[in-house]
Design a protein around this ligand. Structure first.
Ligand SMILES: NC(=O)c1ccc[n+]([C@@H]2O[C@H](COP(=O)([O-])OP(=O)(O)OC[C@H]3O[C@@H](n4cnc5c(N)ncnc54)[C@H](O)[C@@H]3O)[C@@H](O)[C@H]2O)c1
Length: 369
């Protein structure tokens, strides 16, 4: 089996590449990356030590895919993954579309030419940001929870709340814009991938991932929040709760890339399934859900003597664009379809990051852009 991984030196791409290579030493893994993500170059040597070929290349380059040798599967992990990309952070809106959408189109042409299967690593951000933001929530201890009424009411408005369940957001939830430029670039990528796969008959699986977290992530405030928070806490860097009530009660779930890798391994050996849903949520779900406030408590417990600057956690009540009080994905469709379930629990993920923080006490400086 020959597999090409794009964005191979990014957080997800590198962890998936390593995991697959380690569990299938007979498979040939290669990858490409343009190293636009600060810190990504750090991953190159360890991938190469495992025998993974890494090509420095940019998916926006139209000629690139003509130059790549054939493979059986492509795992697309290249993107600018920030929900604020093109809106408030450094990159322009056109940059986001070029990296995230034009890059995908070039890959689709490659899949068409070589009849390669595609695994698109998509995102929970394809769901409507405006509807997610309107989910009625109430504060329960240190976190927001959707009100039971909106989940269980038999007379609830399905045009608004289809897909909202006690186990999280499922695949029926609205994808109506606004989503964010990032979310729209991924939703458009999904649509084009389905069109190409159908027209040119190559296998396709789309994994809509919730927040992913683990050691080695290049965490920033707007992307990779779990790693950013734990590293910042350990390094005594200033932290800020942003938006809503200013106390960090917003909720997300978390998934370790090792669990995504296990799913991908099942998908690449099972390309011919008929009737299997192409699109599945892939997430840690309710059992992994947390608020930043709870993550702070956990950090305090792990490092009782490292509190000083953390005490200066600031609140900023201005809610950031596209922020939502509660995003937890229901991945039961993926679990039933693939007989898969996440094995990494929240505690194990956070401990992995905290161990990494202790081993790399200047991580935030090392990954600065
Ligand atoms: N991290 C998460 O929480 C999360 C959640 C859901 C989905 N995803 C998806 O997972 C994928 C990987 O995300 P990540 O967290 O590893 O991000 P990352 O920034 O760590 O990795 C992305 C990699 O892609 C590379 N890249 C970007 N544009 C490129 C281009 N035009 N050509 C070649 N390489 C390019 C970057 O240099 C980087 O190494 C993305 O598609 C993202 O949408 C991530």
């Amino acid at each position: 089996m020959r597999i090409l991984i794009t964005g191979v030196c990014g957080f997800v791409g590198s962890r998936v590449a390593q995991a697959i290579q380690q569990s299938h030493p007979d498979w040939s893994i290669c990858g490409l990356d343009n190293f636009s993500r600060p810190g990504s170059r750090r991953n190159r040597p360890s991938l190469e030590r495992l025998g993974i070929d890494v090509l420095e290349a940019d998916l926006r380059d139209r000629e690139l895919t003509d130059k790549l040798s054939p493979c059986e599967w492509v795992i697309d992990c290249a993107a600018n993954p920030s929900v604020l990309a093109g809106v408030t952070t450094g990159s322009s809106s056109l940059d986001v579309m070029e990296h995230n959408l034009v890059g995908t189109i070039h890959l689709l042409e490659y899949c068409k030419t070589h009849q390669a299967g595609l695994i698109l690593v998509s995102t929970s951000r394809v769901y409507s940001a405006s509807k997610l933001a309107q989910i009625p929530v109430e504060l329960q201890e240190q976190r927001y929870q959707p009100t039971m009424q909106v989940i269980h009411s038999p007379s609830r408005d399905e045009s608004m709340w289809a897909g909202l369940t006690a186990d999280g957001i499922n695949e029926r939830f609205s994808t109506e814009p606004p989503l964010s430029l990032y979310g729209s670039s991924k939703l458009a990528s999904e649509l084009l991938a389905m069109e190409y796969a159908s027209a040119f008959d190559f296998p396709l699986w789309i994994n809509r991932c919730g927040v992913m977290a683990g050691a080695g992530q290049f965490g920033k405030a707007d992307q990779g929040i779990v790693a950013f928070w734990i590293h910042s806490w350990f390094e005594n860097a200033p932290l800020k709760y942003v938006g809503f009530d200013g106390f960090g009660h917003q909720v997300r779930d978390c998934l370790h890339p090792g669990d995504l890798s296990r799913l991908i391994e099942l998908q690449v050996v099972d390309e011919k399934r008929t009737g299997t849903p192409r699109i599945c949520n892939v997430s840690g779900g309710c059992s992994s859900a947390f608020s930043l406030r709870e993550l702070s408590d956990w950090c305090e417990h792990r490092w009782p003597n490292r509190r000083p600057r953390s005490l200066s956690i600031l609140s900023d009540f201005r809610t950031r664009p596209y922020d939502c009080p509660w995003i937890v994905l229901d991945s039961s469709l993926a679990q039933h379809t693939w007989s898969w379930r996440p094995e990494w629990d929240r505690e194990a993920i956070w401990n992995e990051i905290a161990d990494h923080a202790e081993a790399h006490p200047d991580w935030l400086d090392q990954i600065k852009g």
